[in-house]
Design a protein around this ligand. Structure first.
Ligand SMILES: [Zn+2]
Ligand SMILES: [Zn+2]
Ligand SMILES: [Zn+2]
Length: 358
């Protein structure tokens, strides 16, 4: 694909059809935020930062550090301003249409690296593998600590454009008594797909990305309407993991990382495979950073919920990491319609990401 044809179409998310995206490449569709993005903090050490080495006394109590002995590389602490808190023995509240569920849960912070402003693609592969290992360890501990916890969301906000309030690189862990609606929708719809087709829809998407090829012609004029090339959605491929540009990407530079072999639970990734995950992650983030010119993003981990149906959903759900770089601000149209607007053709975005020389 050399020339970008103007695209204006609504793309239906194959997993959650209610989440559709308007791909409209006409330039003026949306205010670009890139110019006014506050630059991220790239300093290595900041004397006053509570997350920097030497300021350990300024953080809430430590939960775990890695490595356990000597200078820490990764450090996990309680959140000073948790959105979900500890047991308050507060009953669920129901009054007319006002219903609440007790805000019970955990909210913790993982200081990803001792270097203040380091970006993910600048971390070593072994460090990233250790970070994914810390995610697993804490997820497992939380699930084992309390059976009321149904979901552990691990996410990262990087850069002011992504809502990071503390500039020191960090991820967050929120353990909650409910399954978030977007995960629930993925779980429900992939289970429906499985019941009908007897295969995992995420596995099918990976297969399509790796093998699908088609040319679709206009019946009347005979002109090529759409051409799908093998691998055109693949951004990065490792031995065990793959990074894919979703066909119905909500964000211009959105990329998802998934295990190539079916796996529902992030906790099931074997220790020796974390290195490949780290490599795919590092290379993907380096591509994004090069193309966007300093990526500010959110990423979050979607894994099978640990609720009563966990085993039933294991064949149909497939864990993944969604990386959503923030390059523009949602407009009234998006907020009012719930329809995401993407101004870059996802096929072309994938091509640009692949073209980066690493
Ligand atoms: Zn710092
Ligand atoms: Zn699968
Ligand atoms: Zn997801």
């Amino acid at each position: 694909m050399s020339e970008q044809n103007e695209v204006r179409e609504i793309r239906i998310n194959p997993i959650v059809p209610s989440e559709s995206v308007l791909v409209a490449t006409a330039r003026s569709m949306r205010p670009k935020k890139a110019e006014e993005l506050a630059p991220r903090d790239t300093r290595k050490h900041v004397e006053t930062c509570p997350f920097c080495r030497g300021n350990e006394h300024k953080t809430p109590p430590v939960i775990l550090s890695w490595p356990p002995e000597g200078d820490w590389q990764i450090r996990m602490v309680e959140n000073l301003y948790p959105v979900l808190g500890d047991d308050r023995e507060q009953a669920n509240f129901n009054f007319g249409l006002q219903q609440t569920i007790d805000g019970y849960g955990r909210h913790e912070v993982i200081i990803d690296h001792h270097e203040h402003g380091i970006a993910v693609h600048e971390m070593s592969e072994s460090h990233l593998a250790a970070l994914f290992g810390v995610y697993q360890t804490r997820m497992r501990q939380l699930f084992e600590s309390d059976e009321r916890l149904k979901y552990v969301l691990i996410f990262k906000n990087f850069g002011p454009a992504a809502g990071a309030s503390i500039p020191h690189t960090h991820s967050q862990v929120i353990a909650m008594p409910v399954v978030p609606e977007n995960v629930e929708a993925e779980v429900r719809n992939s289970a429906m797909h499985f019941a009908k087709h007897h295969h995992c829809i995420f596995c099918a998407l990976i297969d399509e990305a790796l093998t699908f090829e088609a040319t679709i012609y206009d019946r009347a004029s005979g002109a090529v309407r759409r051409k799908i090339n093998v691998g055109q959605y693949v951004v990065e491929r490792g031995e065990k993991f793959i990074a894919i540009k979703p066909f119905a990407s909500r964000y211009e530079w959105e990329v998802h990382i998934l295990p190539l072999q079916h796996q529902a639970d992030f906790l099931d990734v074997r220790g020796e495979d974390l290195a490949d995950l780290a490599r795919v992650m590092k290379r993907t983030m380096a591509r994004l950073d090069a193309v966007i010119g300093g990526a500010q993003y959110n990423f979050f981990l979607h894994s099978v919920p640990h609720d009563a149906q966990r085993a039933a959903h294991a064949p149909s759900y497939h864990w993944h990491l969604e990386i959503c770089p923030r390059t523009s601000i949602p407009t009234g149209f998006e907020l009012g319609s719930g329809l995401f607007v993407n101004t870059i053709n996802p096929e072309q975005a994938a091509e640009k990401l692949r073209a980066v020389e690493l």
